[in-house]
Design a binder for this molecule. Structure first.
Ligand code: SF4
Length: 382
């Protein structure tokens, strides 16, 4: 079943490493976002894009991401939820809202529950105040821990985000924060290394040679982090995601398994599950103009057979369950594709970075740190 994503493009301030569609905007713009979102949701019912019938389908999951959706005040958030639930049929099994620690309070939690959210994704990023300041976060360690404690007591499902390989951060510091988070009993965690892409302030500093990622620290944080999660009962089910059994994100798994998903809001992406990826402009005015012109998701990226195959390999390798080579090879235009794929996988299997288990091909050992090398090595040569 498809997944539904709603992008809220507002934050208290913009972090110097952030490449998402977001801005520190006055609340006046929240209302404009809401009225545009309403139109966009209705437009999808009338003018669907791609080979999937969005208007007639039941969505399995709902995800309010950003930006910082928790920044929205009660009436705006309630109207936004009503707008999407009014336009589409959405199951209530998993509805996630992303939150910044500063926005979490008993009143907000009660509101989110009342609006049908079942899961909160908390942006902790670090439990070290100096590191939080270095990456421009507005919350501090104490706020992150108290927000997490409130959420864990609330009966909602909770996940927390951490980052590693941050400026001035040692592996020991990251791992100590991770240990502390795991000790809270949080059932789901994501951790990501700092990315230095796009036009962010950090990316500009990296281009000037003022900032970089230490590969050794990166590898230690990731490998030791995976072990700590496993010791605490949180299995890696995707490259950067760890959960107790039954707490895996259904919504994100739809992305990785190549299922259809629809994204609303500036910069949001979608996929018809077959041959078309589409997205909205990242800039708020351009998104608004497209919606007002009755043209949802004006950016289209049709996928040919080879692209579908390559995407299925990339996404399948991210998952601990891996992928079935025969099923994925069936997408490829290459003659004898399954056998050729396994031939190319051979050297990686021999060195212990890939394995074939139960008919599936998946990453193994230090292969998890080599995804960017292994996936392209499985593609046919041009
Ligand atoms: S809070 Fe999150 S979405 Fe907002 S600017 Fe910072 S990293 Fe980006």
């Amino acid at each position: 079943m498809p997944a539904l994503y709603v992008h809220v493009p507002f934050c208290a301030s913009v972090c110097p490493y952030c490449d998402f569609a977001t801005m520190a905007a006055p609340p006046r713009l929240h209302g404009e976002w809401l009225s545009t979102l309403r139109r966009e949701a209705l437009a999808w019912r009338e003018r669907p894009v791609g080979e999937f019938d969005w208007g007639k389908s039941r969505f399995d999951t709902l995800y309010f991401g950003g930006g910082t959706p928790s920044i929205l005040d009660g009436p705006v958030l309630a109207d936004a939820v009503e707008a999407v639930r009014g336009a589409f049929e959405v199951d209530s099994v998993e509805a996630t809202i992303e939150a910044n620690p500063d926005d979490v309070s008993p009143e907000r939690i009660a509101l989110w529950k009342e609006l049908g959210f079942t899961r909160v994704s908390l942006g902790v990023q670090s439990l070290d105040d100096r590191t939080l300041r270095a990456i421009g976060r507005v919350h501090d360690r104490a706020r992150a821990l108290s927000a997490l404690s409130l959420l864990l007591d609330s009966g909602l499902s909770v996940t927390a985000d951490l980052m590693f390989a941050l400026p001035g951060q040692s592996a020991a510091e990251f791992l100590s924060g991770l240990r502390e988070l795991l000790a809270t009993g949080v059932p789901h965690l994501s951790f990501y290394g700092l990315g230095l892409e796009g036009k962010t302030l950090f990316a500009q500093r990296a281009a000037r040679g003022e900032l970089g990622v230490d590969e050794e620290i990166y590898a230690e944080c990731y490998s030791r982090g995976v072990e700590l999660c496993a010791e605490a009962g949180l299995a890696r089910y995707e490259l950067s995601n760890f959960a107790r059994p039954g707490f895996e994100s259904r919504h994100n798994r739809a992305y990785w398994r190549g299922e259809p998903y629809l994204g609303l809001g500036p910069g949001a992406h979608g996929y018809d599950g077959r041959s078309l990826r589409f997205s909205n402009p990242k800039s708020f005015p351009a998104w608004r103009a497209a919606v007002l012109a009755g043209e949802p998701a004006p950016e289209r990226d049709p996928l040919g057979p080879l692209e579908r195959f390559e995407e299925a390999v990339w996404l399948g390798l991210r998952l601990a369950e891996g992928f079935e080579p025969e099923t994925v090879a069936a997408l490829s235009p290459e003659p004898n594709a399954a056998a050729r794929l396994m031939e190319r996988a051979g050297p990686w299997i021999a060195r212990g970075a890939l394995e074939r288990v139960g008919g599936r091909l998946r990453l193994r050992g230090d292969g998890w740190l080599l995804l960017d090398e292994i996936a392209p090595a499985l593609f046919p040569e041009n």
